[in-house]
Design a protein around this ligand. Sequence first.
Ligand SMILES: Nc1ncnc2c1ncn2[C@@H]1O[C@H](COP(=O)(O)OP(=O)(O)OP(=O)(O)O)[C@@H](O)[C@H]1O
Length: 292
Amino acid sequence: MSLKVIQQSEHVCHGHVPGELIHVDCASHVYQDGTVGIHNMCFSVREKEIVALCGPNGSGKSTLIEHLNGLLQPSSGSVSIGGKKLDLRSGVWREVGVVFQQSDDQIFAPTVLDDAMFGPLNMGMSPDDARNAAMEALKALGADHLVDKMPSYLSGGQKRLVSIAGVLAMRPRLIAMDEPTSDLDPRHTDVIAKVIMELKDRYGISVVIATHDLDLASMVADRVCVVRDGSIVAEGTPAEIFYNDSLLESAGLKQPRIVGVYRSIMAKAGITPAGRPVKEEELASIVAMMIK
Ligand SMILES: Nc1ncnc2c1ncn2[C@@H]1O[C@H](COP(=O)(O)OP(=O)(O)OP(=O)(O)O)[C@@H](O)[C@H]1O
């Protein structure tokens, strides 16, 4: 992949290409009060890919996420899943599950198990199959010990795991998460990062995260899309995006901690930085080589 900086005049989609799971084709969304949520949005996600949407408040990340399974319809342009136009009657929306920023918007059943079974039942599974799907998803998230709890008594981190389990139980091909680590402590943030990577590696699910947490994005993303003023203004690997200071500044983003740490180490050692580590293990390998 190479860094792509996109000018407004270049916003032209090329339609669905093989291997693409979801394709947003020049979509715009104008809210009822006239506010433009997204504008000329061209976005795609491949099978088994983790994509981070990074951008300042109000740039259109949540609006885009809500288009991925038809919660919002584009005012112009279109969204297709697996090459089929997203249409609420066709049922392709089931391929995409959305985890909301506020878990309380998502969890409402009397117990955690009821909640995780709600989606599968709603999709027409039998009660036994729904229970199995819910239990399997809760186990995958390490939340099966919570099955009998009342959701309102869970901690913020537990609620987030339960809301992801409820979506996973519906066995989608893509899970989109809006600010999955907002309000979480560092330990729970690490748990969510691991869950995101496992969704891809163990279940072959593509994941889209909308996040301000560039530390999380650098840990998990295969590709980063920078969102500004309702459109994607650049995309590339985490290394390409997070070492581009002018791009980050223009998008109101702050480099991930690992980039600052790496540059400080190199400055103290009097070495001109040559690598672009974005993960702890990449930084550790560079430091280990320096020590040898
Ligand atoms: N229901 C709504 N009605 C009117 N305007 C809205 C609505 N929801 C969002 N907007 C507006 O659409 C624009 C994009 O908002 P959106 O929530 O998609 O941004 P975001 O990048 O997700 O922001 P944040 O990082 O703060 O969550 C903003 O100007 C916002 O005020």
